[in-house]
Each structure stands twice: as structure tokens, then as C-alpha cells.
Design a protein around this ligand. Structure first.
Ligand SMILES: Cc1ncc(C[n+]2csc(CCOP(=O)(O)OP(=O)(O)O)c2C)c(N)n1
Length: 322
């Protein structure tokens, strides 16, 4: 794959921003500045960054509760994401969504969803609307391997194929559901094979290599925009952190985590740049990113908590979040 220096900087910066932003989130969670559930994406950065880069501004994204990284890759400002995690009114969902429900109609980022597999029928519905209105756009649907055990996965894939809908399904296979390895939950662990059974063009990709992910996503989106129907990508990846901040991680060996860390997407990318003789100033990028993250925390700290009187605001649609 040809890579120019600007794209190289962009990929590296985005992956590093996700990493540093989330390391900060973990810290602020332990200081109880961030509350509720917090699911970190660390280790999976190459998937979100590679796939989202292939979208245009008109395309939509539907994600899961592990979505901070994807929201950052979509260009939602770090400030408004951090403020959302702090529950502040300046947050991207006005402080009402929290970590699991980032939402920006302006960026066509439609969640953030706490329910496993719930995004799939939602994405299929959005793609159906686009098809009916003859708009040539794609809905990207991101979900974890745990979603495969849900009926919604099968119903959604079936309809998307049957109706030839413009959806890109991306399964982020990080090998684990909440506390269960995929192999204990699924009789067939090759998820792309399941999608292929619905006559959807399906592929596996190395989810630790942003260039491989990007190449495959671009191909898939080109095909969808040519009217050839849904595509399915299974990105093989790994989460370096626990399922959420509450998880004692008793279900996997530390040595396994260490093995996967050798394939850290930031290291893999640096190696790829070396192979291609592309030199970027990583120290300068590190400095810029740490300033962005510090600013985001300051912005969130200075944000506003809504008064209790606002509790029922937005419950009915007249006050829907824009
Ligand atoms: C319908 C439903 N069932 C169960 C849960 C509880 N739950 C939360 S996360 C999770 C595991 C999902 O794993 P996966 O889809 O692989 O995503 P990952 O956390 O690995 O990104 C479960 C079972 C839920 N949120 N929704």
C-alpha cells in the first residue's frame, strides 16, 4: 500500500491520541472523576483508525460501548468526549450519555450503545433508509465478537444481504466477551465464515496493522458504493486492558497479554514505516497529543453539572439531543 507522509502522521497521531486519552481516562476513573462503566479500547486502535479513515463525511457510524477511540478517529473533539465522560453539560451527548453513549449527529456518529448487538439492526435500518432515498452512502457498523451469539446478529446479516443494503459490518474480534473466551461461547470461532453463510462478501484482517485494515476497508467501501451490497470484515485484535474498570481478569493468562503486546498497533506501525523508509517525528506528535489530552481534562473539569431540576428534560422528544 502506498502511504504518503501526511497520512502516516495522521494514522500515528490518531492511534496515539486514543492510547493517551484512554490512559488518562483510567487515571481519572481511579480519582472518581469519571464514574459508571468505563471500557477501554487500548490495543484495538488500528481497527477504528483504519476503518473510519475510509469513510466520507456523509457516511454514518454505529458503535458499541467501547467507542471512545472510534469517536476520536471520527474527529469528535477530545474536549467534548472527556466532558461527556465527566457527565458535564458541555459533553458530546450533553453529559447524559456518559462513556457508553457518545453521540454526534453532526459527525454522523450514532452511538455508543450499551446493549450487545443492538447496533446491528439499527445500522441495517439506516442503510435501508439510504437505499430507499437513493443516497449513495455507507453505514459502518462496529461490534464485538460477543455480538455473534445474539439473534440480532443473524437477523441483521440476513436482511442486509437479502435487501442488498449499503452496510459495512466490522467485527472487532478481540477474542473475549465479558469474562469468556470466544472458543467457550461459539462452536465456529471464524466469524467471517458465519457472515459468508448469509452470502455476504466476508474477510478476515490483521486488526493490529492499521495499513492492512485501511486497505481492506477502502476496498469494501468502494464495492458497497458501487451498489454491490453489504460487506463484512472480521478484524483480529486484542484488548490490552480488562473488559471494564471493574474486571479482575481471572479468565486469561498474563503471559497471553504480554505476547499480544509484542504486536501493539503503534509498534507494528512504526515497523511498517521503517520498511517503507518513511520518517515521522514521533516525539513532536507525542508532545502535541499530551497537550490535547491535558486540555481535554481541563475543559471537562471546568464544565457544568446540570441542576437536579433538569432531571426530566429530554425525556420526551421535544428536547431531543441535537
Ligand atoms: C444484550 C446484552 N447482553 C449482555 C450484556 C452484558 N455484556 C456487556 S459487555 C458483554 C460482552 C460483549 O463482548 P464483545 O461483544 O466481544 O465486546 P468487547 O467487550 O469484547 O468489545 C456482555 C455480555 C449486554 N450489555 N447486553
Amino acid at each position: 500500500m502506498k502511504l504518503d507522509i501526511n497520512k502516516a502522521k495522521e494514522f500515528y497521531s490518531q492511534m496515539l491520541l486514543i492510547r493517551r486519552f484512554e490512559e488518562k481516562c483510567a487515571q481519572e476513573y481511579s480519582h472518581q472523576k469519571i464514574r459508571g462503566f468505563l471500557h477501554l479500547y487500548i490495543g484495538e486502535e488500528a481497527v477504528g483508525v483504519g476503518v473510519i479513515d475510509a469513510l466520507s463525511d456523509e457516511d454514518a457510524i454505529v458503535a458499541t460501548y467501547r467507542e471512545h477511540g472510534q469517536a476520536l478517529a471520527r474527529g469528535i473533539p477530545a474536549n467534548s468526549i472527556m466532558a461527556e465522560l465527566y457527565g458535564k453539560a458541555e459533553g458530546v451527548s450533553h453529559g447524559r450519555g456518559g462513556s457508553m453513549h457518545l453521540y454526534s449527529a453532526q459527525k454522523r456518529f450514532y452511538g455508543g450503545n450499551a446493549i450487545v448487538a443492538a447496533g446491528l439492526p439499527f445500522a441495517v435500518g439506516m442503510a435501508l433508509a439510504d437505499k430507499m432515498a437513493k443516497r449513495n452512502r455507507v453505514t459502518l457498523c462496529l461490534f464485538g465478537d460477543g455480538a455473534v451469539a445474539e439473534g440480532e446478529f443473524h437477523e441483521s446479516l440476513n436482511l442486509a444481504a437479502l435487501w442488498n443494503l449499503p452496510v459495512l459490518f466490522v467485527c472487532e474480534n478481540n477474542q473475549y466477551g465479558m469474562g469468556t473466551a470466544l472458543k467457550y461461547a461459539e462452536s465456529e470461532t471464524n466469524i467471517s465464515k458465519k457472515a459468508a453463510a448469509y452470502k455476504i462478501s466476508s474477510h478476515q484482517v490483521d486488526g493490529m496493522d492499521v495499513l492492512e485494515v485501511s486497505k481492506m476497508a477502502q476496498k469494501a467501501i468502494k464495492s458497497i458504493k458501487a451498489g454491490k451490497g453489504p460487506q463484512f470484515i472480521e478484524a483480529i485484535t486484542y484488548r490490552f486492558r480488562a473488559h471494564s474498570m471493574f474486571d479482575a481478569e481471572l479468565y486469561r493468562d498474563k503471559s497471553e497479554v504480554q505476547e499480544w503486546k509484542k504486536r501493539d498497533p503503534l509498534l507494528v506501525f512504526k515497523d511498517r514505516l521503517k520498511e517503507m523508509d518513511i520518517v515521522i517525528n514521533t516525539q513532536e506528535i507525542e508532545k502535541e497529543i499530551s497537550k490535547t489530552v491535558e486540555d481535554a481534562v481541563a475543559f471537562a473539569e471546568a464544565g457544568t453539572l446540570e441542576p437536579v431540576e433538569d432531571l426530566e428534560k429530554f425525556v420526551y422528544s421535544q428536547g431531543a439531543v441535537k
